[in-house]
Design a protein around this ligand. Structure first.
Ligand SMILES: NC(=O)c1ccc[n+]([C@@H]2O[C@H](COP(=O)([O-])OP(=O)(O)OC[C@H]3O[C@@H](n4cnc5c(N)ncnc54)[C@H](O)[C@@H]3O)[C@@H](O)[C@H]2O)c1
Length: 255
């Protein structure tokens, strides 16, 4: 039996990077996947590609900072599929400005997507999961929530936003464990995604920069490395796991 048979999963930021890797793996493992993102063209293209390979996938535009957007998406999913078993709060942005360089607008933008978006996502799906008596929420944080230095790539608001996701995850795990709802966080180290490619980086140049920090070759992760973590936490294999921090960083935080 596939690892996510009969499960309905919503993934945010699923048009690229780790969110897309998770969506592809979830579909392979039998889930009905609802890919959401603000980037509509890529979203439609990637959902269609999953369907072409025989997976069950739909695409819905969702801005995670908007309560109305969340309400519309969750309503649509529950109307069409009758339930929400899994939510992966993956959408995130980064602004490489430290405490002294950042303006209030930079701070607010990062917090809105990375932290408020995660809270709104949980607020929107938890009542449905309570009615079902089960659910799994996976919040994508970062090792920037655990250590400083280059781990946050110079983003003060980023670091704070991901720290908030780490503690919000534990809060939710405590308060909703009794409803059968599991809430865990994933803390990726450096992973080669579209973001890095757009900045002109390759796996090799990233690995070269991080070789001293990350003991495990190839010294930089791939989106699937995180996708497999999402898959485990979403599945019933993790039925006794909640409030946990899954660090996937090639050993970076062992320093
Ligand atoms: N790449 C890394 O090295 C790394 C390391 C640690 C943590 N992370 C975290 O992993 C998650 C995924 O990052 P990625 O590297 O795959 O990045 P990515 O840029 O490839 O994907 C992020 C997606 O989020 C979407 N998005 C941005 N704002 C949104 C909004 N308001 N509403 C909905 N979607 C929105 C983007 O369109 C994009 O498709 C993020 O939360 C990021 O902070 C990444």
């Amino acid at each position: 039996m596939a690892r996510l048979s009969d499960k309905v999963a919503i993934i945010t930021g699923a048009a690229s990077g780790m969110g897309l890797a998770g969506a592809q793996l979830f579909a392979q493992e039998g889930a009905t996947v609802v890919l959401t993102d603000v980037s509509e063209e890529a979203l439609q293209r990637e959902a269609a590609a999953i369907r072409d390979r025989g997976g069950r996938a739909t695409a819905i535009v969702l801005d995670v900072t908007s309560p109305d957007s969340w309400a519309a998406v969750v309503d649509q999913v529950v109307t069409e599929h009758g339930r929400v078993d899994v939510l992966v709060n993956n959408a995130g942005i980064h602004i490489a400005k430290g405490i002294l360089e950042a303006e209030l607008d930079d701070w607010n933008k990062v917090m809105a997507v990375n932290t408020t978006g995660v809270w709104l996502g949980m607020k929107s799906v938890i009542p449905h999961m309570q009615r079902q008596g089960a659910g799994s929420i996976v919040n994508v944080s970062s090792i920037a929530a655990i250590v400083g230095g280059v781990a946050d790539a110079g983003g003060a608001a980023y670091s704070a936003s991901k720290g908030a996701v780490r503690s919000l995850t534990k809060h939710a795990a405590q308060w909703f464990g009794g409803d059968g709802i599991r809430v865990n966080s994933i803390h990726p180290g450096s992973v080669f995604t579209g973001l890095a490619a757009a900045a002109g980086m390759t796996m090799e140049t990233m690995a070269e920069q991080l070789g001293g920090e990350v003991p495990l070759p190839p010294h930089v992760g791939e989106p699937n490395d995180i996708g497999y973590g999402m898959l485990y936490l979403a599945s019933d294999e993790a039925k006794y796991v909640t409030g946990e921090e899954l660090v996937i960083d090639g050993g970076w935080t062992t320093h």
